[in-house]
Design a protein around this ligand. Structure first.
Ligand code: NI
Length: 208
């Protein structure tokens, strides 16, 4: 009688391990709760998302949120070594701006690195130009990046295989695209990996 029970417990254990493995998957798997915090309506979000930050752009210049006042900021937090989610999101953002056309001149697309260790201004400069001529890359010290991510409720963490080299790691991170208004206040957000360029463009035009 005991054996079948043991077997069930064993299989449950295996199932849990599989689930845990999937949860630990790269990029999109922020712990539950983080994304729940992101408000779904503009009015709700205004006070919750965004805020002051001090970072360094891909030309090496120190910038703050005030430098972007007067233009919409189209923001994604990611990193240049990202194999999948970041290129997908940045490509969609660039295509959305192309769809919008001349009105997109009022929007600055921004990649804020959550991997400042590897994403130097030089590294960002090489990377951003592959996506869009107006894409701005931002990085900074570990503390500056942490403060910016916190302001935008973005989760990120280094993910390293056991026994791998020091520089050999990837980053788990929230994949959300934010649109901030010319006043620096939150307008709307989109899923970074599951929104088509057309839907992004539509969502932006709604609030432009
Ligand atoms: Ni990524």
């Amino acid at each position: 009688m005991k054996r079948p029970v043991k077997r069930v417990v064993f299989y449950l254990g295996v199932a849990l391990l599989v689930v845990a493995g999937v949860m630990a998957g790269r990029d999109l798997m922020a712990p539950k709760g983080w994304q729940v915090d992101v408000p779904s309506s503009r009015t709700q979000g205004a006070a919750l998302i965004g805020g002051p930050f001090t970072l360094v752009d891909h030309t090496g210049k120190a910038v703050t949120e005030a430098d972007f006042r007067g233009r919409f900021m189209f923001i994604y937090f990611g990193f240049t070594y990202c194999p999948d989610a970041c290129p997908t999101a940045l490509t969609a953002m660039a295509e959305a701006l192309d769809i919008i056309g001349p009105a997109a001149d009022r929007i600055v697309p921004v990649l804020i690195s959550i991997d400042p260790e590897r994403d130097t201004p030089e590294q960002l400069a090489m990377y951003v130009r592959h996506f869009h001529p107006s894409l701005v890359g931002l990085t900074g010290s570990a503390d500056q990046v942490a403060a910016a991510a916190k302001a935008f409720r973005v989760y990120y963490a280094k993910a390293k295989e056991e026994g791998s080299d020091e520089g050999d790691y990837t980053m788990d991170h929230t994949s959300i695209i934010y649109l901030m208004g010319p006043d620096g206040k939150f307008r709307v957000h989109f899923s970074g990996h599951a929104t088509s360029p057309e839907d992004l463009a539509k969502g932006i035009l709604d609030v432009l």
